[in-house]
Design a protein around this ligand. Sequence first.
Ligand code: ATP
Ligand code: MG
Length: 304
Amino acid sequence: MEDQAEKLREIMKRKNDNTAPVKAPAPVKNGIKPADKARIITVTSGKGGVGKTNLSVNMALAFARLGKKVIVMDADLGLANVNVMLNMIPKYNLYHVIKKQKTIREILVETEYGISIVAGASGFSQIANMGEEDRRDFIMELEGLSNADIIIIDTSAGVSSNVLDFIAAADDAVIITTPEPTAITDAYGIIKIIATEYDSLNMGLKLVVNRAKGAAQAKGVADRMINIAGQFLNLKVDYLGFIYDDAAVPHAVLRQKPFMVVDPKGKASICVQHIVDRMGRNKTIATRGFGGMLRRLFGEPNTA
Ligand SMILES: Nc1ncnc2c1ncn2[C@@H]1O[C@H](COP(=O)(O)OP(=O)(O)OP(=O)(O)O)[C@@H](O)[C@H]1O
Ligand SMILES: [Mg+2]
C-alpha cells in the first residue's frame, strides 16, 4: 500500500506539472468527428481472474454491432491475453512500442469480429518500470489510436502505476467484481485508492458484478459496495449491471472465440448487451478523448 500510494502521488505530481505538450482539438472534416473524441473505457478489478478480458472483448463486440469503431487495447504487459482469447498471434505487440520499434498504429490489428486490437506483451516488466519520459512518449503514442469511437483498455488486475495511469486516462472506469467476498474486498480496495488520490479527476466509476447467480444476488453485491463507497469515501459509483455465471463463457474461452459469437443469445451475451446499452445511454461525462487523457495525465493550465 505504501508503495502504491507513493506511485499515485508521483502521478498526481506529474498531473500538476504543466510542461506537457497540449494537443489542439482536431477540426471536423467531411462530417467526420474530431479525432480526439474517442471514449476511453478502462476495465479493471482488484482481484485477478474475475472476467476483465471477457468483458472487454465482448463489450467491444456489442459496441461494434451498434456501428461503433472499437479498439481493445490489452494493457497487460505481464500476462497478455486479449489476443489469446481471439486466437490471434500478432507479430508485434506493446513490447515493440515500448522498445520504440513500432508505433501503436503499426501494431493495431483487425480481427474477424469487426473490432481491432492492440496486443499486450507477455513476460515484460510493467510500464511502471519505465522512466517518466518513456512513459510520456508511450501515452503520446496512444494518440495514434484516436480515430476510434471507443477504446476499451483491458488492464491487469490490482493496483500498479500502469493500471492507475489508464484509470486516470479513462472517461469511464469499469470496476469488475464477482460475488465472492475476496473479489468484493479487492474491488473496494481499488475504489478506495481511486477515491483517495483521484477525486479531482471526477471520472465515471462504474461497477459490474460478474458470475452472478441472478439479478438479485448481483444487485445485493452492488448495493453494498455502492453504499459503502458513498458513506465512507463520499464517492459515487454507478451500477452498470451484472453478468450471469454461464458455462458458455469458459466454453467460448476454450474455443478462443468471444462468447457473444459462440452463444449470442445466451445469458452472458444478453447481459453484456444490457451493459453496453446502459453505457450508451449513460454518457454523463462529456467524452474527453486523448486530448483529455493527456491533460488528465500531465495537467493543463486551462482545465477547470
Ligand atoms: N460470466 C462468467 N461465467 C462463467 N465463467 C466465467 C465468467 N466470466 C469469467 N469466467 C471464467 O473466468 C475466467 C477468467 O476470465 P477472464 O480471463 O476474463 O478474467 P480476467 O479478469 O481478465 O483475468 P486476469 O486477471 O488473469 O487478466 C474465464 O476463462 C472463465 O473461465
Ligand atoms: Mg485478463
